[in-house]
Design a binder for this molecule. Sequence first.
Ligand code: HAM
Length: 462
Amino acid sequence: MPSKPSAPKAPKAPSVKKSKVPETLRGFRDVLPDEQAAWEKMEDVMRSLSRAYGFGRIRLPALEQTSLFERGVGKETDIVEKEMFTFTDQGGVRMTLRPEGTASIARAYIEHGMLNQPQPVKLWYSETFFRHERPQAGRYRQFSQFGLEALGSEDPVLDAQVILMCQRFCKDMGLDVTVQVNSLGVPSSRKAYVAELVKYFKLHKKQLSETDQKRLIRNPLRLLDSKEPGMEELKAGAPQMIDYLDDESKSHFMKVLEYLDEAEVPYVLNPFLVRGLDYYTKTVFEVALTNPGTEEGASMVLGGGGRYDGLIPLFGGRENTAAVGAAMGLERVLIAAKAAGTLPDPRRRSEVFFCQLGEAARRKGLKAFERFREAGIDVAEAFSKGNLKAQLEIADKLKAPIAIILGQKEVLDGTIIIRDMESGAQEIVDVEKVVGIVEKRLLEIRARKAVAKEKVEVQPSV
Ligand code: HAM
């Protein structure tokens, strides 16, 4: 049998090559809506603390001249040596995405003549910073800091105040922290100490790793926070800064500790704390969880800071312009608060939910919804949904005690329905008066809730 001719093949649709959307860069991340409640809580705490202690907000530029950080943070620090995002712009200017805030603060203090204002000038910031580090848990290439800087005074009470504010910030985020403190003294006493330190480590040079041998030559103080194997034992026998402090630095440090004792801020002395930035003089400190729970938590420093009396003079500002400050790592505070279960519920809650049914109601609803919003009522909506049941379910999820319902009939009558979500009771009211009536109902509901809460609290325990 002759075979049937096969049906002609349909022409293949030309294949469209799908290119993958570029992903976020390593060490960079999106902060999604679910995380906003936590960030907002943190921002509220920052604002209220700063206001209480008289710190004014400053917003800093993201880009600065590279030399600002080279001179301020120090050419031989890890930040400047390895971690800065630096480039030359179209005009040939070398610029850097800010890796930290203190150098910019010192620049701004000089540039805006803040030394003519009553001293100390107290500033706070909440900004993102950029460091090209190896990304891992709690270490990003873009991260955020809550920074506090008090400039123009060497009073030790300011060191204590900044430390206390860092501790309170964590406490208000539900975290129990301990502060590690040390004093690095003034440059002359530190020089004498470093000479002793070098002498000591030179005696043990063979036991030092290659990295630490480099540190011994370039930045011997950093040997004190080396985590290389065997260093713990070596450090234990090393000379300690505290024994080399000049009298002024010693009495300054004692006063800081006395203020911390008085304010009941938990701290421990850590003679090996040096911090990784060159501008520090006298007090240095770091903030970490008191009971970290995990090894990861134990190694995570939530914040740190110290005094930097030499930075403003270094930048050409008036001699003897002392300053002290700190910065808390906000992503790290959030990681710790999440582990401690102290973050707020990310779900949105609203007091009123606005439902509409049918095209006419949707159109009128847009205006009616605005009236609630303008009156300052926390009102939510789902205009893209047409079905009443679905909208009431959302109202339920948001735990809204009141739903407003606008249907075809109500649009024609110039009315609107107020539904008590708990009892299901409904009342029909004049659309022009609805906002006032809802405000009244909300007051009644809040009062009812307050009474119920009080009753629960005074229940005797059995
Ligand atoms: P810092 O110790 O370099 O100090 O940073 C402060 C905090 O920022 C750290 O304790 C950490 O929580 C957070 N942080 C630093 N790098 C990263 C990163 N790659 N990823 C996530 N979090 C990070 C300073 O920046 C000084 N400017 C603090 C200061 C202010 N000193 C005096 N005034």
